[in-house]
Design a protein around this ligand. Structure first.
Ligand SMILES: Cc1cc2nc3c(=O)[nH]c(=O)nc-3n(C[C@H](O)[C@H](O)[C@H](O)COP(=O)(O)OP(=O)(O)OC[C@H]3O[C@@H](n4cnc5c(N)ncnc54)[C@H](O)[C@@H]3O)c2cc1C
Length: 458
């Protein structure tokens, strides 16, 4: 039994052929390599050009130091492990990327030489992690070999008999087949374990947190990617693909173009239902012109990053009605500008208005997007939210949502727009005095307090 892997289509291959580990390592010359290749391909006449040959064994080695003075190592020079989990190229590229930007920053005088220490601090733990994982994975072939009766030794007849026994009509063979099925299911773990890499978090002097605790992993960290914007983690993003050109843009482009201090309000998707010309109202106006749904007051302040209230900030809000459509969807069914309004903050930076509690709604799913969602096994629902565009001269525009925390689609917004910092608190008010003060007449209303923090334009 051997392994043939393609190096270049279609004429350059790598062949792996086992040898008895208890014997001396074999001498691999052209004659032996040709004989192995002929046997594996099944062509006794096959001619080969041998590029190189060497003996190889599974390695478990990684460096603890990626740098000595002006010399750096990376990739296969720094971590030796079996190919299980397929982490070799990726890790080599990640090493290169990490080293490239740190070196460039130091060479260009943008950073002190100390930045180079972050290379070992960040990459040596990754080297250890992947070497450990790849070796664990190769060890996890054990139950398959056991189930096939390959319990060591090189006696070909015994190996063949062990494998053949599984097709017998005996209780032992049935048990062997069950063990083989279990072993294959167990091995599936390796093929699903992409989060070995996705969840890597850099920790070094180059990574500055704002004091937030590192988020703990809630599920198996090798199987389940846990997106987080905690510094040092892979920045989460989704791909947005232009329908006509097929061009791909990552939401990282937005995250990178809208970089703000951690405590400034975050952006999320605009959505297709914003319109211009929405009337500006007095503070406290009810922008809901229909008569169904649950009353709601939204209030808060707009501050700068130092906590100073900002006056004259334009707040443009819009949302879907309780039965899940926007006023323009299509126009004419609801009153014009239903659930839309523009407000301007007062001297204390505050704003408030009345509306109706939003609910989840489906995005239009009768075209290619619907088909795509169906093919992916995804639903079309957006988690309940209100839209905001918050603007003031000299500050970064915030185009965002605030989300209902108790929504049915809490973890599966169809457009991946939810960010933790944008989840508001919806508090039910039943105090008759407060209900009367805000001008409602029902038995209760929902109170949402949400502040926005604007970062200065960079
Ligand atoms: C057949 C095969 C299949 C593979 N399949 C996968 C896979 O599916 N997934 C995966 O993740 N990985 C796979 N790998 C592993 C992956 O290819 C390597 O992990 C990766 O290429 C290592 O990159 P590297 O830059 O660290 O080293 P290399 O790609 O080995 O690059 C090192 C370079 O340095 C050059 N060099 C060496 N000595 C000197 C010198 N003294 N002076 C100047 N240059 C020198 C070499 O010529 C070479 O170009 C596979 C490898 C092989 C051989």
């Amino acid at each position: 039994m051997g392994l043939v892997r393609m190096v270049r289509p279609w004429h350059e291959r790598l062949i792996v052929w086992g040898s008895d580990i208890n014997e001396l390592a074999p001498e691999v010359d052209e004659a032996m390599a040709t004989q192995v290749a002929r046997q594996l391909v099944g062509d006794p006449e096959l001619e080969i050009d041998l590029i190189s040959a060497n003996t190889w064994t599974v390695n478990t080695a990684c460096t603890t130091k990626m740098q000595a003075g002006r010399v750096f190592i990376k990739g296969d020079a720094a971590h030796w492990h079996p190919p299980s989990n397929g982490m070799s190229s990726n890790t080599s590229i990640q090493d290169s990327f990490n080293l490239a930007w740190t070196l460039a920053a130091v060479v260009k005088g943008q950073a002190e030489a100390g930045l180079l220490d972050s290379y070992t601090a960040e990459r040596a733990p990754v080297a250890k992690q992947i070497v450990t994982r790849a070796n664990q994975s190769i060890g996890e072939f054990g139950p398959i070999f056991d189930a096939l009766g390959m319990t060591g030794g090189t006696d070909i007849d015994q190996i063949k008999a062990g494998m053949a026994a599984r097709i017998d009509a005996t209780p032992e063979a049935a048990a062997q087949r069950a063990a083989l099925r279990d072993a294959i299911v167990f091995k599936k773990y390796e093929f699903d374990a992409h989060s070995v890499e996705m969840n890597q978090r850099d920790k070094s002097g180059a990574v500055v947190t704002d004091g937030q605790m590192e988020p703990a992993f809630e599920l198996d960290a090798e199987l389940h990617y846990q997106p987080t914007t905690w510094p040092g983690a892979r920045l989460p993003h989704v791909w947005v693909i232009d329908h006509d050109s097929g061009a791909q843009v990552s939401t990282l482009v937005d995250a990178i173009n809208s970089r703000r201090p951690a405590w400034a309000s975050e952006n999320t998707v605009l959505g297709p239902f914003h319109i211009t010309g929405t009337p500006e109202y007095e503070m406290g106006t009810n922008i809901f012109f229909d008569h169904k749904g649950e009353d709601m007051v939204v209030r808060g302040r707009v501050l700068d990053v130092d906590g100073t209230p900002l006056e004259g900030v334009k707040i443009d809000v819009w949302q879907a009605i309780d039965d899940r459509f926007y006023d323009v969807q299509p126009k004419g069914i609801q009153p014009d500008f239903n659930l839309r309004g523009v407000f301007r903050t007062g001297a204390d930076g505050s704003y408030w208005f009345k509306a109706v509690r939003p609910r989840f709604y489906p995005i239009p799913a009768d075209g290619p997007v619907g088909q795509l969602l169906k093919d992916l096994g995804c639903h079309p629902y957006r988690r309940a939210h209100l839209h905001y565009i918050v603007t003031k001269d000299g500050y970064d525009e915030v185009m965002t949502h605030i989300f209902d925390p108790d929504d049915l689609y809490i973890d599966s917004d169809a457009v991946f727009g939810v960010k933790k910092s944008l989840i508001a608190e919806f508090v039910k008010v039943e105090d008759p005095k407060r209900i009367a003060d805000v001008g409602f007449s029902g038995p209760n209303y929902w109170d949402i307090e949400f502040d926005f923090v604007l970062a200065p334009k960079s």
